[in-house]
Design a protein around this ligand. Structure first.
Ligand SMILES: *Cc1c(COP(=O)(O)O)cnc(C)c1O
Length: 237
């Protein structure tokens, strides 16, 4: 780990916060209405902890093994740890007592296991339901027409609590097209909120990554998940 990397993270952290503040203002909200979560896959715990020392207070991992291997090293006293990747049902028990929010629940089977494992540990786990807003094949997330039914099923489970929605729109470099996915997602979020489903809270709308978090906030995101814009390009080797 180099001094330069840490200085870059400091600079990036400041810039991202400023852009989030600008987008918040432009969409009639305040900086504190938007949660900045850092996506930390492939990033060393020391670098993550440096960002936490700057004020970062939400991090998200997307692989169970990686989360477990870094878990002891994170400085989580003032920072929430979330799971943002695809979660296999058989791995739920390994992380359920370690995370504050699981963002990527897209099936009743997975929700049921999260509830069962939480119940065993006498806790309730907060989750977001992931929506496949671009209707892509082979991608995680529930289709919008199946969302309400899934939410109603989950709401019957004893130890799991829905806090909102999350999405990863299709990769495309057309900002207008991306904004349209975010717009549709926000509309879905509002429609579901208005239905006031029992035991379902629609508080968090998690969408927007390094390339498009500004656009996501303009369209109504209140949580963005930013990785490479903060930590630099990922090195998977
Ligand atoms: C990696 C990741 C991000 C952040 O991606 P960047 O483009 O690096 O900002 C956001 N959400 C999820 C689910 C991710 O896996």
């Amino acid at each position: 780990m180099t001094e330069k990397l840490l200085r870059d993270v400091e600079y990036n952290y400041k810039m991202i916060n400023e852009r989030i503040a600008q987008a918040a203002e432009k969409s009639g909200r305040r900086r504190e209405d938007i949660t900045f979560l850092a996506a930390t896959k492939t990033v060393d715990a020391e670098v993550i902890n440096h960002a936490i020392s700057l004020g970062l207070d939400h991090i998200g991992e997307n692989r169970v093994q990686e989360l477990l291997s870094k878990y002891e090293a994170y400085d989580l006293e003032h920072c929430s740890l979330q799971f943002i990747g695809h979660l296999q049902t058989n791995k739920v028990r390994q992380i359920v007592d370690k995370v504050d929010l699981i963002q990527s629940v897209d099936s009743f089977k997975l929700a049921k296991e999260i509830s069962a494992q939480s119940l065993k540990r006498d806790r309730t786990t907060d989750i977001l339901v992931e929506v496949n807003i671009g209707r892509e094949e082979n991608k995680s997330g529930v289709f919008e027409e199946n969302l309400e039914e899934l939410l109603c099923q989950i709401s019957e489970l004893p130890a799991i609590s829905v806090k909102g929605l999350m999405t990863i729109p299709p990769i495309c470099d057309n900002k207008h097209k991306i904004s349209n996915y975010f717009y549709n997602m926000h509309k879905l979020f509002l429609d579901i909120s208005q239905k006031k489903l029992d035991n379902i809270s629609m508080t968090i709308l998690s969408m927007g990554m390094s390339a498009d978090y500004y656009e996501a906030i303009l369209e109504g995101a209140n949580m963005v998940r930013v990785g490479s814009a903060l930590f630099g390009a990922r090195n998977y080797t």
